[in-house]
Every structure is written in C-alpha cells, then in structure tokens.
Design a protein around this ligand. Structure first.
Ligand code: PLP
Length: 457
C-alpha cells in the first residue's frame, strides 16, 4: 500500500516511512493513497476469528513489505501476550448497552493495544537496520505510560515523554515515572497537553534537530496506531453478532481512536454513526454539531486524557471531506492555525453522514459515574462515563457499543467524588505505589527541551 501526506498527495511513501516518521515533513498526516473496502465474503471470513488472527488480517494489507505475514503473526502474538484478558479486549453488558473494554493491557488504557504492537515494530526494524533512534512523544496521561511500557529496555532506542506537569492523575504519572530503565526519560512540562504536543511538533519540524537525533514519534497521529485500533471495531461488531449496522460511542480527544472507527467503516464494516463524546474542551462537539472549529483555552477536567483543543487526527477527516485534495486541505490547516476556520455547510453535511457528537461537563460526568454504579453496580472510568452520557443525551442507546477507554483505578479522585469508593489498582500493578518516581520538570521552552534531549543521549 502506498501512502501520501494530507498536504501533498503527489509524493508516495511506504509504510516504513510512515511508521518511522509519524508526521510528514510538510506538516501533514500520512494516509493511504487508496484502498478497496472488503466485500461481503471477505467480511464473512473474518467473522469468527480470534482477536490476534483478526488483527493479522486487518493490519497486514496496510504494512506492505515491512514484514512478512508470518513475522506479523508472531509480532502480534508477542504484543498481546501480557494482556489480562485472553482475547485482548472484552465485551460486557451495561443494561442493554454493550461496552467494549479496552483497558486490559499493562498500563490500563486503550493506548496499550496499539503501543505494544508499535514497540515490537520498532524492535523488528532496529534489529534489521542497526540504527539508533530517539522517540519523543507528548502525552495527556495515557499515551506516555503505554509508550514507556512498550519501549522500555528495548535496544537502540530512547523514549522521551513530555507530560503536562501536575495535570495528570498521580496513578497516570506513576505508571510512567517509576521505571529505572536507562532508555526512559520523563519530562514534566509547565504547561498543558497542547503545549507538550506543540513542543514535539516543533522538534520534528526542526530538520537539523530531528535528523541529528534520528527522531521518531508514536503520537496518536502515527498511522500504525490507527490501523491497530481499527481491529477492535471489527472484533466488537462480530462479537455482538448482529446483522444491523452498529454505532460506536467514543470518548474523544485527539480524534485518533474514533478515526480508527471511521477507517473500519471505510473498510466496509457496517457502522452507522460514530459518536464523538467530549468533555467541556468541546471543540470537536462544536465543530460537528455546528461547524465551529475555533480553539479555546484548554480547561482541566476530571477526564484529563481528553483535555485537548487541537485534535490532530481531524486533519485526516478533513482531507477526505475535501475529496482528497491536498492543496485545499493545506489551506484549511493554515486557517485552523490562525484560528479562523469554520466548516462550511456542505462539508458539515458530509461529516454528519458518519459522525454525531455530544459533550458532558464536569458535573454530568460525575453524575453519570454515579448513575451507572447505582443502576448496574459497575464502576466505569470518567472517560467511559462521558461516552455513555453522550449516548444517553443523544438517545442513541440502541445498537450501540461504547468504548471503555480506561480502567477506573487510573482516576480515583473522580470515582471517589462520584460514589465515595476507592478504586484499587489490579494486584499485578499494586507495586507502582511504592516505587520511587523519576522525572524532570522543564518550562514550556523549546530550547530547554532540546538541550535536555541532546544532553541525555
Ligand atoms: C487517549 C484517551 C482518550 C482519547 O483518545 P483519542 O484517540 O485521543 O481521541 C480517551 N480516553 C482515554 C482514557 C484516553 O487515554
């Protein structure tokens, strides 16, 4: 499969380029040049596969000659061997609602599913090419832990994680900062997630710097993450076992997870609506409901993994909506950068064919956790509660799957506020509470961050 950038569809890239670069040099995101949807027969053949086998079938066509199918089979099996659910993910019932539990990986959030695979892709690549790379990633809390767990101790690579200082939960922080592997570096930036993300983008765009350190990225814009995440939409659809189209409600920040659902739909999976569920950082809800894509200041919420105003992956959708015209997309992105973009009516109609959206504020989120607990005796994490609340507000509970993106123990304060219960870590992770933490606090200053990276390697 060939890939192009959303801002230049003339130049082609291989999966290897796309995976290692993350972001295109022109600032655009990589997308496949084209691909064919699966036909009925092909879909039918996937229906009864176990998770790992399904992952092989979905992912393989996208990675071209990066590795052979046999190598992919063993890479996937290695990646998911340490998950606490035999089938990687789990479908559970919440009243008449289906919940897709994605938090059974080593760091208790859905990000593990893509990241464990990516970690092993790197290992495979570095084993073949004998290069040394530095991975720099910004996190709103969960990506960092997932990346560190997937990359710690691996040879020929370092991982630098930038998180917003004091703006993630202590459990989220501990899952990143307790590691003593010499290739792991945690940086707490005095700023918010968007600041962290901008620092990483600036480092990428500084060609001198990024070439010098052989920089690579695993942020949610990395195409490898998207394809790994598309797998569980298929799995959920087949497990629910319906012949109706299903909708999916997705707690959304950077638009990566829900974009994977959109990819699944484009691949032919019968998906009705993709529901963008946001907290009060609601740029995507404002955009999808009324075309308003103005960025406001990021506010801290009890769902920190969605405290984002720049939803990077949205560019991929805009590119599609603009009929794969990269010049027009480039123009839109420069308007967005100046905060002067409104989605026009026909584009919005196009978007609404596949997406709808809702927002929950702080009180509604806490109230939702409480209601779910009272009605079902099940504790959900606040992000998942936003996904469920959005559905209820929209009245779309029928034929719908909610993505449960994190384990509630990652966000004990919200749970405590809602139902006065302490949510403990699973036994296998209790040790993180007693380990020493290691991280460096830096101001939101690109030169300071670059120097720290250069001095560390
Ligand atoms: C990252 C994350 C999200 C948001 O996912 P995006 O792909 O950024 O939209 C939602 N919930 C949790 C728990 C997360 O870690």
């Amino acid at each position: 499969m060939e890939y192009i950038s959303t801002r230049n569809n003339q130049k082609c890239f291989t999966f290897k380029d796309v995976f290692l670069k993350g972001l295109a040099d022109d600032g655009g995101l990589f997308v496949p040049k084209s691909f064919k949807p699966l036909n009925k027969q092909e879909l039918n053949n996937l229906k009864s596969l176990e998770y790992n086998d399904l992952a092989v079938e979905i992912i393989y066509p996208f990675i071209g000659d990066f590795m052979s199918k046999d190598e992919l089979i063993s890479t996937i099996s290695k990646s998911y061997s340490n998950f606490r659910s035999n089938d990687v993910v789990k479908i559970s019932n919440l009243g008449n609602l289906k919940v897709l539990e994605l938090f059974h990986g080593p760091t208790l959030a859905f990000k593990d599913i893509a990241m464990q695979l990516i970690g092993n892709f790197y290992q495979y690549y570095l084993g073949c090419d004998q290069k040394k790379i530095n991975i720099i990633v910004a996190t709103s809390g969960d990506t960092g832990a997932a990346a560190i767990d997937a990359l710690k101790g691996k040879e020929n690579l370092n991982v630098f994680v930038l998180h917003p200082n004091n703006r993630i939960s202590p459990v989220q922080r501990k899952l990143m900062t307790i590691h003593d592997d010499s290739n792991v570096y945690n940086i707490a930036i005095e700023g918010n997630f968007d600041d962290c993300q901008n620092l990483v983008k600036e480092m990428f765009n500084d060609e001198n710097f990024s070439k010098k350190i052989n920089m690579s990225g695993v942020n949610s814009i990395n195409w490898a993450r998207i394809i790994a995440q598309a797998v569980y939409y298929f799995y959920a659809y087949f497990k629910v076992g319906t012949d109706q189209p299903l909708s999916f409600s997705v707690p959304t920040g950077n638009f990566g997870d829900i974009y994977a659902g959109y990819l699944a739909k484009k691949l032919g999976l019968p998906i009705d609506k993709l529901i963008v569920a946001t907290n009060k950082n609601d740029i995507l809800h404002r955009a999808i409901s009324g075309g308003d894509y103005t960025q406001k200041k990021v506010e801290e919420t009890n769902t920190p993994s969605m405290d984002i105003q720049i939803a990077s992956n949205f560019e991929r959708l805009l590119y599609d909506v603009k009929n794969c015209n990269s010049e027009v997309t480039k123009d839109v992105m420069s308007k967005i950068k100046k905060n002067k973009y409104k989605i026009d009516k026909s584009d919005l109609e196009e978007i609404k064919k596949n997406f709808t959206s809702e927002m929950l504020d702080e009180n509604e989120t806490i109230e939702m956790i409480k209601i779910i607990y009272e009605q079902n005796k099940i504790v959900v994490d606040p992000h998942t509660a936003v996904g469920i609340g959005a559905l209820r507000k929209l009245g779309l509970e029928k034929n719908c799957v909610v993505l449960s993106t994190a384990h509630p123990c990652k966000f004990p304060k919200a749970i405590e506020d809602a139902i006065s219960k302490t949510e403990n870590l699973p036994d296998s992770l209790k040790f993180v509470n007693n380990r020493e933490e290691k991280f460096e606090v830096l101001s939101n200053d690109i030169e300071k961050v670059k120097n720290y990276v250069l001095n560390s390697i």
